[in-house]
Design a binder for this molecule. Structure first.
Ligand SMILES: [Zn+2]
Length: 337
């Protein structure tokens, strides 16, 4: 029997995942946005903008989108459910907190000061994965973990250790945030040492680093890596797409095509007031949208000799295997013993 995956509209068998974007955000706010009453958005606005984005992805054959928004950054499974129902795109939501530098850290830090919070975090993740988020009845389908630049802080470690335990207990995959191309190998080592199944770990934002040796050191732990910020250029220490493309081609040429995922980390709606972006920044981010991979990067990869079969595997088979690492059922009728 195939593994069941929690989407915001219910469980699906892993073979129904289809073409998948592994790291996007329908809406996201840095903690603090909720206090800016000038940035209030209606639920209907979030839903209709989400349906529009999901629809554009759907025209490119995307069947599933993983929404990587951490709990405290505006995650709202019921709005995601409505977006999924109205667009027909399957959506998987996350459980987990953002990294110390940009997350809401006071809550669990205060609790940790009074006694160990690790068990509480694990209980939160387990409940959201197996029973549901609040009273929504919607279960999270991935565990989201995050660390900062050049360090995994003690605060962040609490979440990594809890996440590894929840991963092992549930078989649900872990997706991560790395900051400015750092700590990929360290995240992988920490998670594997804490008992996570490396085949079910996707180290994220690895395209923030164009050094092939950094990728190989991460892959050496048996995990998967994500080039999931295509279109994000220069801001948050990101390289240009041109550099990412070269690194990606290098890894594909070395035979790592079965352990790489592609996505954009789009933020379709910034919670709070809309961003005022200088023209130069807007120009750098002009391709940061949900079909950029299909409009621009896939044609480039094809032109560079990457075959249809490998591209299909990257968007469909690799995500399926992250959720369900058991071997695909054989259809050739081999005689068992
Ligand atoms: Zn993200």
């Amino acid at each position: 029997m195939s593994t069941q995956i929690n989407t915001v509209t219910g469980a699906i068998p892993s073979e129904d995942l289809g073409k998948t974007l592994m790291h996007e955000h329908f809406f996201f706010g840095f903690p603090g946005y909720a206090g800016d009453s000038l940035g209030y958005r209606t639920r209907e606005e979030l839903v209709s903008l989400g349906v529009e984005a999901a629809g554009r992805a759907k025209t490119q054959g995307v069947k599933t989108i993983v929404d990587a928004t951490p709990n405290e950054c505006g995650r709202d499974p019921e709005i995601l459910r409505e977006i999924s129902e109205r667009s027909g795109v399957q959506i998987i939501c996350s459980t987990g907190y953002y990294y110390e530098g940009e997350g809401a850290t006071a809550y669990f830090k205060f609790r940790a000061a009074l006694g160990p919070a690790d068990a509480e975090i694990e209980e939160l993740m387990m409940t959201e994965l197996t029973e549901g988020i609040g009273d929504s009845g919607i279960k999270a389908g991935v565990i989201k973990l995050a660390s900062g630049k050049d360090v995994i802080t003690d605060y962040e470690k609490m979440f990594f250790l809890a996440g590894a335990k929840a991963q092992r207990a549930t078989g649900v995959p872990i997706i991560t945030h790395t900051q400015e191309g750092t700590m990929g190998p360290e995240q992988a080592a920490l998670l594997v040492e804490a008992g996570a199944n490396p085949a079910q770990v996707m180290i994220g934002h690895m395209d923030g680093n164009t050094d092939v040796a950094y990728h190989m050191a991460t892959l050496a732990h048996g995990v998967n890596v994500a080039f999931d910020r295509f279109g994000v250029q220069v801001i948050v220490g990101a390289p240009m797409d041109e550099a990412r493309k070269a690194t990606l081609l290098g890894l594909l040429g070395m035979g790592y095509g079965d352990r790489i995922m592609l996505s954009h980390d789009t933020i379709n709606v910034w919670l709070g007031r809309p961003l005022a972006m200088p023209d130069a920044v807007a120009e750098l981010l002009k391709n940061w949208h949900i079909t950029h991979l299909f409009d621009d990067i896939v044609p480039f990869l094809k032109g560079a000799g990457v075959g249809e079969e490998l591209l299909d595997s990257i968007f469909t088979e690799n995500p399926r295997r992250l959720f369900d690492p058991s071997p695909a059922p054989t259809t050739t009728g081999t005689v068992g013993s």
